[in-house]
Design a protein around this ligand. Sequence first.
Ligand SMILES: Nc1ncnc2c1ncn2[C@@H]1O[C@H](COP(=O)(O)OP(=O)(O)OP(=O)(O)O)[C@@H](O)[C@H]1O
Ligand SMILES: [Mg+2]
Length: 480
Amino acid sequence: MEKILIVDDDEGLVHFLVRFFSKQGYGVSSCNDGKTALELVDHESFDLILLDYKMPGMNGLDTLKAIRRSQVRTPVIVMTAYGTTDTAIEAMKLGAYDYLLKPFDREELKRLAGDALEVNRLMKDTVSIPGFSTRPPQKGTVRIIGNHRWMQEVYKLIGQVAGKDVTILITGESGTGKELVARAIYHHSHRKDKLFLPVNCAAIPDTLFESELFGHERGAFTGAERTHIGKFERCHGGTLFFDEIGDMSLSTQAKVLRTLQYGEFERLGGTQTIRADVRILAATNKNLEQAVEQGRFREDLYWRLKIIAIHLPPLRERVEDIPALAEYFIGHFNEEFQTSVRHMADGAMERLKSYSWPGNVRELENCIKRAVLLSQGDVILEEHLRIDSQDRRPFQYSSRDQLLASIEGRLDELIPDLLELSSDKIHESILDLVEDALVSKVLKLCGYNQVKAARMLGISRNTLRHRMKKFQIFSSSNQA
Ligand SMILES: Nc1ncnc2c1ncn2[C@@H]1O[C@H](COP(=O)(O)OP(=O)(O)OP(=O)(O)O)[C@@H](O)[C@H]1O
Ligand SMILES: [Mg+2]
């Protein structure tokens, strides 16, 4: 269970936060001053700390400095009153993960805490590489499995470059373990006690993305209500992982290149030059060389990234590794689901070895997960595997952005059809059509419970009723 520590002298807020996080299944501890917080972090390791800035006795900044000394990787979110952005930024310079301006709403809290916990997981679950460490793997260690000649090359390369501060480009098809390798490099680098921040370059509009990276000053663009510290600045001393770098826009590429070359940049709308010492790891499943030829990727940035390139082979080209991977995942899921699968029947193993694995290790992992759950005994049989190519299971998305991109892609296909249908009596626009279909489906899904449906759709019950009337959606509970 992940553990959260809350430090604030406002008892009411502490009470709310304890309930908020306990309900979501986290272990929560709390206290009202900095001195007690330090005693707590001395004895217990936390996954996230929420720290008030203004407290009697030891203030938030001093507490933060002391916490960073004992729990270097635990993300700390500093909570501070509105109008004190400067102190919040000061806190971030001292290693706070981010800040929350009071009063904050639940959504903001949930999003920020979720991000911080995700980063915490990436940093704390050490990735071990075969042949590297002589110590037995500790709890929370993730292993890279595979003995194939190509994988051995990969391990050798990681060993040679992890400790040097060079930029590394990791390539390979989807699901081949690029993120895993990036984390392994980080865990074996001198920067392992500093931040590891992933940045997904896909499917984020340009201005937003640049502000994510470089931050912005208040008023830099519409909606920029307060100064925002970007990932480059936040990650000073640490490692930034650009995932899906092939999707980065040309204008962002130019800015990133400049930052890599000179170690400096400006926040959006800002004039002050900020220095950041950041190591870059990048990954892509696209052919960057081709992207360069087509003018979609800057050649100078490509060469800079490619100084050291690690390529991960697709699973179908290292079939010998499948038994070891299968065994590893069986062990992992046995632990997670408290099952006791011991081995895989010969027929099932043959099946695994003869399949082409378009989704690579991720697909194998999901396949084993399902088989462990279905097997209900100690053997996995062929019938527990769902891997024939006819089988169109929903694809497992690695990130929210990937999922969003896929939804957008499917919408592209639908829009021409929708256009043909719109402007009938009750549907004046595409939005109407989509809204009608969505509202009807969600209502059905909720057994026509309007309270539930409204919550799921994120609208008020009144708005829902309005839509039902407009689109003539009737249900037995319409009068409820
Ligand atoms: N060699 C390996 N040993 C053990 N687990 C692996 C290995 N390679 C990949 N995995 C697991 O497979 C899953 C997918 O790996 P990862 O997310 O690193 O792939 P990726 O190349 O980044 O994929 P994508 O391009 O889709 O983002 C993860 O759960 C990872 O832990
Ligand atoms: Mg990935």
